[in-house]
Design a protein around this ligand. Structure first.
Ligand code: AMP
Length: 616
């Protein structure tokens, strides 16, 4: 495997550059880095303060704006100018938001089917603008703490974000003056922070349970040799710690007679409720005063009122599990993310559902950002044992009909890498298929280097074209290529490991690339001729068989026409003239297609009834 050189002038990476990891959250955001001395991921914070920056923006009268803790103070006093949860608006139209528009205390504008905008006085802001303001604040704070410029970042997004939402996040980064090197899934980042995926050999299935302030999501993912694959995701973008707070508020309202406007009382009780909730994560009873009235709640009472809310998250877990096609016992780890997973009943119910102790060893507020920092470090080329930046020096592919090279993983694919393609048989009743793996850039395998070859045998007899043989290439972080071939209808499978480097020196690689460039024109012409010949030969063989068996009784005219067309095609093959071969193939095809289709239909229906296709 080759290491890629990285150059900032071209926008690509430079070794050892500080790249930060950013968790751009709905409620809170934060920045993390790999500590230069301890080499461990750490969240950035000023002395004695929290690493969390509330994802809140306040627009002041004089056009001034503040972001974070300072802005949060205006949530109650100046709601129309204080924007929270902008992440929920990312890539959404007004219609997408449905009833939830009511939960925003600021003005969300219906832009006639276009993406929503937020109106503050006479100004309009897109969710991208708003997110960029949060990112700008994070960048400024990080630069202040690190005393260096921060211009490159890895940003996390929920696994369920679609392309538009990911693109919007990237754009927000760019607007904030950040080069967003990668957008990664929050559950992937969390798994990285828990140390999964660092062990190159590891194959694990993980459930990431993420209950934050306002959103819940559950993702089931597999990690195979450093490749993270999200199998399923589920959740509720309007379910989180805020609902637990509201449950306490409602409990107090039902227990007491508070004087004053109901909505105002609710707002005032909210902050107390959050305090109570946090306190009850480690204590049995919370007491306080509200306007000289004593209020209290015990842990048992709290757990009773929040149980239905947590049940909802458990239903989401059940759905995600169902979609992943896995059984509970197949989940190796359940990891906890988000501040609300500190509530003991949450852990207890999630453990109960999955039938195993949850893993809550990493700070749930910081875990996603810490994972993003690990990913950033890998991109910076500092984490040597995770070779995510390694690339394949030459294309890897398979030999197909006529000795052609079919590339599955092109040169410069980042590893670990994965690719799969389906092939089929070209002869009726063909029971084996040779899988020959090659490396190189030339169109014909004979000009490339063979790495391995094996035979997939035992394919049940089927008409040509019916078996589905999926060949997959997986290069793990060690650069070891594993080639698997599986016939999907019967499940027959075979695999082989191919060692890395293949004893190629840099000069070898250079020579092979140069060769491929010098021969490109010749190769293309040769490839086209081989393809035309292969197609012609296959067609001749099928038609020949059809005439010999003469199953459906051809008319004399049909027979005559077919035979003449076959002779013409054979002649063109001897002349090795690609264009002529293609023309004659087309002619024979037009005559024989109806028969070929008929024989295929009969063969399939007979084989379904259990009769051997060899009879045909
Ligand atoms: P996040 O969105 O991940 O930052 O999570 C924020 C949520 O976690 C808020 O609803 C907080 O009230 C909640 N939270 C923070 N600390 C605790 C705690 N000790 N116990 C329960 N919930 C907490």
């Amino acid at each position: 495997m080759a290491k890629i050189a990285i150059n900032i002038t071209t926008g690509s990476l430079q070794q050892n550059e500080m790249i930060v990891g950013i968790d751009l959250g709905t409620t809170n955001s934060l920045v993390a880095i790999i500590h230069p001395e301890s080499k461990k991921p750490v969240a950035l914070k000023e002395h004695n303060s929290s690493s969390l920056v509330p994802s809140v923006i306040h627009f002041g009268n004089a056009g001034d704006l503040v972001v974070g803790n300072e802005a949060k103070q205006y949530l109650v006093s100046d709601p129309a100018h204080t924007i929270f949860s902008a992440k929920r608006l990312m890539g959404k139209t007004y219609k997408d938001l449905g009833d939830h528009t009511a939960s925003f205390a600021y003005k969300v504008i219906d832009d006639e089917g276009s993406l929503v905008k937020v109106q503050v006085d006479d100004k309009f802001y897109s969710p991208v603008d708003l997110s960029s303001l949060i990112l700008k604040e994070l960048k400024t704070q990080a630069e202040h703490i690190l005393k260096t410029t921060v211009s490159k970042a890895v940003i996390t997004v929920p696994a369920y974000f679609n392309d538009a939402q990911r693109q919007a996040t990237r754009d927000a980064g760019r607007l904030a003056g950040l080069d967003v090197l990668r957008i990664i899934n929050e559950p992937t980042a969390a798994s990285l922070a828990y140390g999964f995926g660092i062990d190159k050999e590891e194959v694990k299935t993980i459930a990431v349970y993420d209950l934050g302030g306002g959103t819940f999501d559950i993702s089931i993912l597999t990690i195979n040799s450093g490749i993270f694959e999200v199998l399923s995701t589920n959740g509720d973008t309007f379910l989180g710690g805020d609902d637990l707070d509201m449950a306490i508020v409602n409990f107090w309202m039902s227990q007491n007679n508070f004087s004053g406007n109901e909505n105002e009382v609710k707002q005032q009780l909210r902050l107390k409720a959050e305090e109570a909730k946090k306190y009850l994560s480690g204590n049995d009873i919370f007491t306080a005063e509200h306007n000289n009235q004593k209020i209290s709640i015990t842990k048992t009472e709290f757990e009773e009122i929040i149980q239905p809310i947590i049940e909802k998250t458990i239903s989401c877990c059940a759905n995600a599990l169902k979609d992943s096609g896995l059984a509970k016992k197949e989940i190796d780890e359940v990891i906890m993310v988000g501040g609300s997973t500190r509530t003991p009943l949450v852990k207890q119910m999630v453990s109960g559902f999955f039938g195993k102790q949850v893993n809550d060893t990493v700070n749930p507020d910081e875990v996603v950002a810490l994972g993003a920092a690990i990913q950033a470090d890998i991109l910076a080329g500092n984490t040597k044992d995770l070779l995510l930046l390694d690339i394949t020096p030459l294309s890897l592919g398979l030999e197909t009909m006529g000795g052609l090279m079919d590339v599955l993983l092109p040169r410069n694919s980042k590893i670990p890498a994965k690719a799969a393609r389906q092939y089929t048989t070209y002869k009726d009743g063909q029971s084996g298929m040779k899988i020959a793996v090659y490396q190189g850039e030339r169109d014909m395998v004979q000009d490339n280097r063979q790495l391995a070859a094996f035979n997939l045998s035992g394919i049940p007899a089927m008409p040509a074209g019916l078996p589905k043989v999926e060949v997959s290439f997986l290069i793990n972080t060690d650069g070891i290529l594993v080639v698997k071939a599986k016939e999907l209808r019967s499940g027959i499978e075979q695999a082989i490991q191919v060692k890395p480097q293949y004893e190629l020196t840099d000069e070898d690689v250079e020579k092979m690339l140069l060769d491929s460039m010098q021969n490109a024109e010749k190769d293309i012409a040769h490839r086209a001729l081989v393809e035309a010949k292969t197609e012609a030969e296959q067609l001749l063989e099928t038609t020949e068989k059809f005439i010999q068996k003469n199953i459906t009784g051809l008319t004399a005219q049909e027979l005559n026409e077919t035979s003449l067309a076959m002779q013409a095609l054979q002649l063109s093959l001897q002349m090795e003239d690609k264009n002529l071969i293609q023309t004659k193939t087309e002619e024979l095809n037009n005559i024989s297609r109806p028969y070929a289709e008929r024989i295929m239909d009969t063969a399939i229906s007979k084989s379904m009834r259990g009769e051997s296709v060899n009879k045909f």
